[in-house]
Design a protein around this ligand. Structure first.
Ligand SMILES: *[C@@H]1O[C@H](CO)[C@@H](O)[C@H](O)[C@H]1NC(C)=O
Length: 395
């Protein structure tokens, strides 16, 4: 067991120490980080239209099926009275101002940042008009920054469904003079650094103009955002493209704009060595047919990547009479250099009895999945030609 589990354990201990430090310094963090988004409130105020109701309203259109020629989806921003602007990929609306979007179609459905969908406080309104749907968000804050999508609906009588391929998205920034980061309700966020998958640190800025850098807490250092190993996307945050062990630890983003400089929530990155695929075990019994009283060995082996832990579990006939699982596990390097390793579990059955006859199943598991393999072992009577029945009747 010197594989990834060991390293994971060590890493967990280190992270534990860091979390402890974090809890100690929460007061400090409270002063430094901005207050989180308001706690979730699910009460719907009477008399006001909630998101869900608004969405339900658009889902049950009174208008009949759309005419044959499907118009191109158009999303526009209503600037002032009577002034419209077709939106591009992103727009900025000063926080405090009203966001008003119109999307051509009858009807349309909207999707908004998850936080807005959960915490409806009456600032968001979605209304379906004869030819377009309108979304209005008032008293905006930096926290409203995110993706807004309009889905034209395809209807047959009253049965409507979203036309995903015609969806039109716009990323809306709400630059906030006091909040460079979209506030988070957490003081820190634990993120798995999977060896086979890019990791995203969602430090989302409220202004597309903010300069963002990445920092390590212990020891304090700035990590280079070079655009290839680590990149920054103003709509997503930081991406670590090929996570490695050395990326693990406590990281945070810093945004600066004008003379404002703020730190994001902390991200606790825990490295997990993910294998490329589930294990492919091979099972083999020392003999397919064993005489009573002899010893039996069933081995199960997996050849895989180095430092990827494999866990073995066994099912065998003797389990029913409470034979204790008696296994020997080993890991040996194969293929020379850092090519791979062979993990093996050997199930040992001493002095075989008749009850040991049957199917032996080994299940090998790694972080990507599990696979089982089986073999059948026959138990034959001891070579006692004189009285073979005695063995049988002894049960
Ligand atoms: C928006 O803010 C104004 C002024 O603070 C307030 O009177 C109004 O009720 C707010 N509207 C909503 C829908 O929250």
């Amino acid at each position: 067991m010197f594989g990834s589990q060991w390293r994971l354990l060590l890493c967990t201990v280190l992270i534990g120490a860091v979390i402890f430090e974090l809890v100690c310094c929460q007061k400090d963090a409270q002063q430094r980080t901005t207050p989180g988004r308001k706690p979730k409130q699910h009460k719907a105020k009477p008399g006001k239209t909630t998101n869900k109701e608004a969405r339900a309203a658009t889902a049950k259109p009174k208008i009949k099926a759309t005419p044959a020629a499907p118009a191109q989806t158009v999303l526009t921003q209503v600037l002032n009275k009577g002034k419209f602007k077709k939106v591009g990929e992103t727009i900025s609306v000063q926080s405090g101002d009203t966001l008003e979007l119109r999307c051509r179609g009858k009807p349309v459905q909207w999707s908004v940042p998850p936080y807005l969908e959960e915490d409806d406080d009456g600032r968001l309104r979605m209304v379906q008009h004869e030819r377009y749907g309108a979304l209005t968000l008032v008293n905006t804050t930096g926290a409203d920054t995110g993706e807004y999508t309009c889905y034209p609906m395809y209807c047959e009588d009253t049965d409507c469904r979203k036309e995903y391929n015609k969806a039109i998205k716009v990323f809306v920034f709400f630059p906030d003079p006091h909040e460079l980061f979209v506030p988070s309700s957490e003081y820190y966020e634990v993120i798995q650094l999977r060896s086979n998958w890019p990791t995203v640190l969602p430090c989302q800025v409220t202004s597309p103009e903010a300069k963002v850098t990445l920092h390590r807490e212990f020891p304090p250092a700035e990590l280079k955002v070079d655009g290839s190993e680590i990149s920054f996307d103003v709509r997503k945050g930081i991406t670590i493209h090929r996570p490695r062990v050395h990326h693990a630890g406590a990281l945070y983003c810093v945004a600066s704009l004008g003379n404002l400089r703020q730190s994001s929530t902390k991200y606790m990155l825990i490295y997990v060595n993910y294998p490329m695929a589930p294990p492919a075990p091979v099972i083999q019994a020392s003999s397919g047919s064993v005489a009573v009283g002899e010893n039996l060995q069933v081995s199960c082996s997996v050849v895989g990547e180095q430092n990827v832990g494999v866990e073995f579990t066994w099912e065998y006939p003797g389990q029913q009479i409470g034979r204790p699982p008696y296994t020997q596990e080993s890991i040996t390097p194969v293929g020379g250099g850092a090519a791979g390793q062979k993990s093996q579990s050997v199930l040992l059955v001493d002095e075989v009895r008749e009850v040991d006859q049957g199917i032996y199943t080994c299940t090998a598991q790694n972080l990507q999945g599990a696979k089982s393999v089986s073999t059948t072992v026959k138990v034959v009577s001891k070579a006692k030609p004189k009285k073979p029945q005695i063995v049988k009747t002894r049960k």
